[in-house]
Design a protein around this ligand. Structure first.
Ligand code: SF4
Ligand code: SF4
Ligand code: SF4
Length: 581
């Protein structure tokens, strides 16, 4: 690799040719602030916060996109640089609704931090008339507040990368704002609710729809039995909201915190991930044996399901009819658990902690009410759970480790890895391999479907049958798969699709890491590692071995896997959606 020698604030470094000044500075241990730049997502050099002085360059240059050259000397903190950054921040603030006291992103806002770092007062130096925007609350999953938008366009870029592109910059000059075509509300366009735009926004312009208020109300209502369950990936990410290193598994502390918040039972959605696998593996075997529609595609990810309903409405018979683990969990709590405990399902409030904003949409879908009432009542994201823990004054890092509650608290390693791309496929392969070979196979790891690549393919020989599988994460890769299915050229039998790049560990509801971290850290890999490490340490690593699952079929779904009772509770249907209202 050809290297280039440069100096950053006098520190000599050697970096690969083609590196940007930002990357060279990082190698020299110097952090240059950025606002619009997000590696591999938004590399437009537009906000000019990252300007530096560099020999051979005319004027100040944007470090995020400007390439280094041999012998270049870079200065990142001169008086001229600092003045330019401060002026840019003052100009941004001139159109910004400054409500830091109550803003959801306060203390985790990249603009706020930068203003503090550069001593930018709310001086009103450049204040004039500014447009005032109404909040867009038209979707189940997010709220857009353009009064806090700094027009960095990270959201536009990530939505385009998701192959959805329902938002962009409308109008010009002072009236420029981010919105949908013809300023339609987001709820009237084919947004898939992935929340990736929320996860990349540096300010409070995009936030989750608040579901914490009804949860606090339910917890305060003595007539309600309020239970909570947590998705596989939450244990690998929640610690970040409390300053712990990325990839710290906080399962025990998470359970303890939920108990201290007042939930009557703390269940693990992982048991429902195991349940999903046995129902889904059974469905796959049935489709293979009965010449059903193939490839079969997983249906755990509601953003992906919504994408299929909008963009491939004529291909929905490829989707597994299994509800997602969240919805299976809710259905089992309101039927089996309610019956076992003698509680009217109407008196149970089912709260789900999810990495995913699309789950807020999913819980309101038709046909998600096995007991005649909603399977899941409220979905809070990992971020919302962290806010609730903060508000309750719980010192998260000081909590002891506690265990999930019976009877829905045990899981297998197969369920744990659901949170990473490839995890559902590997879990399904572990079960299908045992069932088709009629053996208890000791080799349970399918490494070909692991890793953070957006598209993975593998062929396995199972019981003399060649099984071709594909794993896609991110909607652009889902689109690639669907195009092949539609054209009749898809070679696969079984496909896993997750809406968010990297799977749920990178879901739109996960803790927000600033660009200074995202640009230099593989978030997806570090978070996924926490899950694979937990799987490896577990005794039970196949879903069909779970004692909870065995008991469920013995005591409740007594006509067996894929039976009538299971179908009523655990399976669903899909709808062709119109793209525009
Ligand atoms: S977006 Fe940031 S700067 Fe603006 S009000 Fe919220 S915390 Fe304050
Ligand atoms: S939620 Fe996803 S699809 Fe919808 S606007 Fe945001 S990035 Fe685009
Ligand atoms: S909504 Fe957020 S991400 Fe989108 S342009 Fe505005 S500040 Fe940037």
């Amino acid at each position: 690799m050809e290297m280039v020698n440069v100096k950053v604030n006098g520190i000599a470094v050697s970096v690969p040719k083609g590196s940007t000044i930002l990357e060279a500075a990082r190698q020299a241990g110097v952090e240059i602030p950025t606002l619009c730049y997000l590696k591999d997502i938004n590399e437009i050099g537009a906000c000019r916060i990252c300007v530096v002085e560099a020999t051979g360059a005319r004027g100040l240059v944007t470090a995020c996109v400007y390439p280094v050259a041999e012998g270049m000397e870079i200065q990142t903190n001169t008086a001229r640089v600092q003045k330019a950054r401060k002026t840019t921040l003052e100009l941004i603030l001139s159109t910004h609704e400054k409500k830091c006291l109550s803003c959801e992103r306060s203390t985790n806002c990249e603009l706020q931090k930068m203003c503090k770092d550069y001593g930018v007062e709310d001086s009103g130096k450049y204040d004039g008339d500014r447009p005032v925007y109404e909040l867009d609350k038209s979707t189940a999953h997010l709220v857009r507040d353009n009064n806090k938008c700094i027009l960095c366009r990270r959201c536009v870029a990530v939505c385009r990368q998701q192959y959805v592109s329902v938002i962009g910059a409308n109008d010009r000059g002072i009236d420029t704002h981010i919105a949908c075509a013809f300023d339609k509300p987001l709820g009237d366009v084919p947004c898939v609710s992935c929340g990736q735009c929320v996860a990349v926004c540096p300010t409070g312009a995009l936030v989750d729809t608040d579901s914490t208020t009804p949860v606090w109300e339910a917890l305060a209502d003595p007539t309600k039995h309020v239970v909570v369950s947590t998705a596989p990936s939450i244990r690998a990410t929640l610690g970040e909201a409390f300053g712990m290193p990325i990839g710290t598994n906080v399962e025990g502390k998470m359970v303890a915190a939920l108990r201290r918040l007042g939930f009557a039972k703390v269940f693990d959605t992982d048991f429902a991930a195991d349940l999903t696998i046995v129902e889904e593996a059974n469905e796959f075997v049935q489709r293979v044996q009965n010449k059903g529609v193939l490839p079969m595609i997983t249906s755990c990810s509601p953003g992906w399901v919504k994408f299929a309903e909008y963009y491939y409405p004529d291909q929905l018979d490829h989707l597994s009819s299994c509800k997602s683990p969240q919805q299976m969990c809710g259905a089992v709590i309101k039927t089996y658990y309610a019956q076992k405990m003698g509680i009217d399902p109407k008196d149970i409030v089912n709260v789900s902690v999810m990495p995913c904003t699309a789950k807020k949409f999913e819980c309101g879908r038709d046909d998600q009410n096995a007991a005649g009432v909603a399977d899941i009542d409220h979905v809070i994201t990992t971020r919302e759970l962290a806010r609730m823990i903060d508000r309750a004054g719980i010192k998260f890092d000081l909590l002891p480790d506690e265990e999930f509650d019976a009877p829905l608290g045990d899981d297998t390693g197969a369920a744990v890895i659901f949170g990473a791309t490839g995890g559902v496929m590997e879990a399904a392969l572990r079960t299908a391999n045992d069932w088709l070979t009629e053996k208890d196979n000791k080799d349970v790891e399918f490494h070909e479907v692991r890793g953070t690549d957006g598209l993975k393919e593998a062929t396995y020989n199972i019981a003399g049958m060649e099984v071709k599988v594909a794993v896609a994460s991110g909607i652009a890769n889902a689109n690639y798969i669907m195009d092949q299915i539609k054209s009749g050229t898809a070679p696969w039998h079984f496909v896993e699709i997750m809406c968010c790049p990297g799977g749920c560990v990178n879901g739109g509801g996960q803790p927000i890491q600033p660009a200074s971290v995202r640009n230099f850290t593989d978030l997806k890999a570090l978070r996924a590692k926490a899950l694979y490490d937990q799987d490896e340490a577990m005794t039970l690593r196949k879903s069909h071995e779970s004692p909870v699952i065995k008991k469920l079929y013995e005591e409740f779904f007594d006509d067996g896997i894929g039976g009538h009772k299971a179908h009523h509770c655990l399976h669903t249907t899909y709808v062709a959606r119109k793209k525009f209202k």
